[in-house]
Design a protein around this ligand. Structure first.
Ligand code: FNR
Length: 381
């Protein structure tokens, strides 16, 4: 454990321990992966102003996201198939988030169901919803999220159609993996993963079981998605979900100031500037690149969050400095999970917390809520 000092260390270990098709599923973007790469690369261009001789005692990373207190303004993003990175992955990640004091978001496309996660946690988590054609099914999911005391609904709008992910197609991704010869050879090198998966009963999509019994691999998931994910989705549907849900609503997948304005009109409590971690429209701008214009357009009217490309506490503070109230991380916690299960997700959050704290101190601040663009070097953002 002591040799793990960065998110990159967790990624390298996850690559060793997780079967290739699931590691690739997480560590991939769509088409040429240019947006996936830009998400990380654009963060590195933003430089800090170092300050000295400032009183740095009693520093605080505490903040709020959609009115909820958080130990630091970092939430775990919804990720599908998390239970394939590590058996019971959603439960383990939710427990680690609970211990550190940050929100966990359960994906519609999770392996563990809403009820599984609720049974193994005490702090309310967030639930992510896709708008599907079958409104009765959405009604049922919303009711299940309410019954599980989920404290916010994250409504993802950028998956009306599924971006093409070449690695998944090449790997013939299935959940659980089909026992073909190449898969068996690869699985033989991952005994820890196999042992964990074999001793847990949860291996299918927990939230859509019964509704999508035909879904077992990427091509059946794609065809289920193209039948179910609603290509007619409109802002009227968002208003309907908001009313039906009745609690805190976070709109995910906003990349354009005009859409941000419509998100404000929809009455949502927050929006997430997100290109789905570079997994949907390849060639789209990086999320951190899109953030300033969206903050300028609606930042005084709605809470603006962002995700995509955060790999350190330094990146978190860059996003906060550019006006985000909070950030969401996807792959960093998946790497932690694949590397070391619950302890790995906790380690990921500890690394980010420590880096965030130290970077804030080097910039001469003691309270994360005071972070703004004055800590950044002009001309680098
Ligand atoms: C995702 N993402 C995602 N988003 C969502 O709303 N519902 C989902 O089911 C998924 N599934 C999913 C699976 C995997 C493997 C990844 C990597 C991502 C997108 C996710 O919520 C978030 O937007 C990105 O992961 C953020 O980028 P980083 O932090 O991974 O760079």
């Amino acid at each position: 454990m002591s040799i793990i000092t960065t998110i990159e260390d967790l990624r390298v270990l996850a690559k060793k321990r997780v079967p290739r098709m699931f590691y690739d599923y997480a560590d991939a973007g769509s088409w040429t992966e240019s947006t996936y790469r830009a998400n990380e690369e654009d963060f590195a261009k933003i430089k800090f102003r170092q300050r000295v001789a400032v009183n740095l005692v009693d520093r605080s990373l505490k903040s709020t996201m959609v009115g909820q207190e958080v130990a630091m303004p970092v939430a775990l993003a919804p990720t599908g198939l998390t239970g394939m990175q590590h058996a019971d992955g959603e439960i383990l990640a939710a427990r680690a988030a609970e211990k550190i004091g940050v929100p966990f978001t359960l994906s519609t496309m999770s392996i563990c169901s809403i009820e599984d996660v609720a049974r193994h946690t005490t702090t309310p988590f967030w639930f992510q919803l896709y708008v599907m054609r079958d409104r009765d099914f959405i009604n049922r999911l919303i009711d299940r999220a309410k019954a599980a005391r989920c404290s916010a609904l994250v409504l993802t709008l950028d998956l009306q159609v599924l971006g093409q992910r070449h690695k998944d197609l090449r790997n013939g991704m299935t959940a659980p993996p089909k026992l073909t010869l190449p898969n068996l050879i690869n699985l033989a090198t991952k005994p820890r993963w196999c042992w964990n998966i074999l001793r847990t009963p949860r291996r299918q999509f927990g939230n859509i079981v019964g509704h999508a019994s035909s879904v077992s691999d990427m091509s059946s998931l794609s065809s289920w998605a193209s039948q179910q994910f609603d290509p007619t989705l409109s802002w009227d549907d968002v208003a309907w979900v908001k009313e039906r849900w009745g609690g805190k609503l976070i709109i995910k997948g906003i990349m354009d100031p005009e859409d941000a304005r419509l998100a404000v009109k929809s009455g949502a409590d927050a929006l997430i500037v997100s290109n789905h971690g570079g997994r949907q429209l390849d060639g789209a701008q990086s999320s951190i690149g899109a953030l300033p214009a969206i903050v300028a357009e609606v930042g005084s009217e709605i809470e603006v969050h962002m995700d995509g490309g955060i790999r350190s506490g330094q990146d978190v503070i860059r996003a906060l400095a550019l006006g985000a109230q909070g950030v969401h991380i996807g792959r960093p916690f998946l790497y932690g999970l694949g590397a070391m299960g619950e302890a790995g997700v906790a380690r990921c959050l500890e690394i980010i917390r420590n880096e965030l704290d130290l970077t804030m101190a080097f910039c001469g601040l003691r309270d994360v809520r005071d972070v703004d663009s004055r800590i950044l070097l002009p001309g680098t953002y």
